[in-house]
Design a protein around this ligand. Structure first.
Ligand code: MV4
Length: 450
């Protein structure tokens, strides 16, 4: 096992990784930008190095500076958290070529799966269902038009280098398909230096269900069941839960088995998440594989009792998985609300500033993952998430009641937060019945402005 790890991230996930290291008896080196100099979690580490100015490109995304801190700090491994360098295959390769283990997947698998078209091709090859669409990349406008006519409009143009909703265009007819192809190619070329696109049938009002997977370096692959993540606004998730409500058990088992098959065939190891769209008839389609620990991982930790960050570190150190598929049971119901420093009344604009009052909820069944304390200043330079409020209860109605109680206890002053919209969601009859899809938030609250 490693004796010393560097955490190449900030905020709540930095604290989450620091805690996992402490639980394993591993020393921790932190890095921070000038904007995070006062971050409370820096008191919990063995060493901390400033790696540059607030601007992420000059600090948390700066590979030479992070590698320098790792060398000076004499660590054996780097945990990238999520965002920043977590899905950068070049960073993983640099770490390993410097004899520092990257706590994540092999760089080859990251490179391949980072391309959504290649992930789709691989899924098809191994018999995992994908959305009907193009056989590879679109190279010819006429071929795209023929395909769209064959499968029927609307269709969705997706950038191969995109993901998470970037570089997508819906097309409803020939004209918008031609225009959309050009626009998507240009946008992708500009954003990712790769203008390649592919085509999919547009699935109306899908649910977003994802499967957590763990794979060790000895060929063992298991899933840790699914998370329902449909409640999003502009591709920012608001609420996640496990199990997915109203998902028939045979479908659940099929989706999870498909995720395991894909991860095995990709020669992938460490933690990963397979994203699926699920349509009204409970048909499911693979869309992306996320090669990182995700924000919503604690939902899965609560229902399975497995510490995913500890598992990541053990896998990176070469350990075999300590559990088999039949040992992993989904017990009870976990739900998570992402609490962001944003103003729901002002189109969810980030709302940085000093937190003057911080009264966190607690009590039975409540878990709060946060790096925030009273007096903390939320910097304007990064993602605005300040806490993840989770509940864990035997049943979904009890989980909803517990979340409502916890949201009512939670007092934050000094910055606006997303707590009010969570209170609305957890009082909405369709949500309470588990009738959610990816358009739920927009349909209910966005047209009329909050
Ligand atoms: C789709 C889709 C409908 N049909 N693909 C958005 C982010 C990226 N991960 C894939 N996304 C979508 N792909 C087809 N063929 C609808 C979405 C989508 C979505 C997916 C998951 C969660 C929220 C979403 C919000 C809008 C659109």
């Amino acid at each position: 096992m490693f004796q010393r790890i560097l955490v190449a991230n900030r905020g709540e996930i930095a604290l989450r990784v620091i805690r996992a290291c402490r639980d394993l008896g591993i020393e921790v080196v932190a890095v921070y930008s000038e904007a995070d100099r006062e971050a409370p979690y820096l008191d919990l580490v063995d060493e901390a190095y400033c790696i540059g100015p607030a601007n992420a490109a000059d600090s948390y995304l700066n590979i030479p500076r992070i590698i320098s801190a790792a060398e000076v700090g004499n660590v054996q491994a780097i945990h990238p958290g999520y965002g920043f360098l977590s899905e950068n295959p070049h960073f993983a390769e640099v770490c390993r070529s410097c004899k520092i283990e990257f706590i994540g997947p092999p760089q080859d698998a990251m490179r391949r799966l980072g391309n959504k078209n290649e992930a789709r091709v691989l899924a098809k090859q191994v018999g995992v269902p994908v959305v009907p669409g193009s056989d590879g990349l679109i190279t010819d406008e006429n071929a795209a038009l023929r395909l769209a006519h064959d499968m029927g409009f609307p269709v969705l143009i997706k950038a191969a280098a995109g993901g998470g909703g970037r570089g997508m265009r819906v097309a409803h007819n020939d004209l918008s398909l031609k225009a959309g192809l050009k626009a998507a190619q240009q946008e992708a070329e500009k954003a990712f230096k790769d203008g390649s696109v592919y085509l999919e049938k547009y699935i109306e009002q899908p649910r977003h269900i994802e499967v957590q997977v763990l794979a060790d370096r000895h060929g063992n692959v298991v899933h840790l069941w699914e998370r329902e993540c449909s409640l999003q606004r502009r591709h920012q998730k608001l609420v996640e839960e496990s199990p997915a409500p109203n998902l028939p058990q045979p479908v659940r088992e099929e989706i999870c088995a498909a995720a395991v098959r894909l991860v095995r065939e990709a020669n992938y190891y460490n933690a990963g998440t397979c994203e699926f769209l699920v349509d009204k008839d409970n048909r499911f389609y693979f869309i992306e594989l996320n090669a990182r620990i995700q924000v919503e991982h604690p939902v899965t930790e609560l229902v399975t009792g497995i510490d995913l960050v500890r598992a990541q570190i053990r896998i990176a150190a070469g350990e075999k998985l300590r559990f088999q598929q039949q040992d992993i049971v989904q017990r009870g119901v976990a739900m998570e609300c992402r609490i962001n420093a944003e103003d729901p009344a002002a189109d969810f604009r980030p709302c940085p500033g000093t937190i003057t009052t911080w009264r966190p909820p607690g009590g039975p069944g409540v878990r709060l993952d946060t790096h925030v304390t009273a007096g903390y200043r939320v910097p304007p330079n990064y993602d605005s998430m300040i806490a993840k409020l989770l509940v864990y209860q035997p049943t979904r109605p009890e989980a909803i009641a517990c979340m409502r109680r916890a949201l009512a206890e939670f007092v934050v002053e000094g910055v606006k937060t997303t707590i009010p919209i969570h209170k609305k969601i957890f009082s909405h009859s369709a949500f309470i019945e588990g009738h959610v899809d990816t358009t739920f938030i927009e349909r209910n609250w966005m047209q009329k402005g909050g």
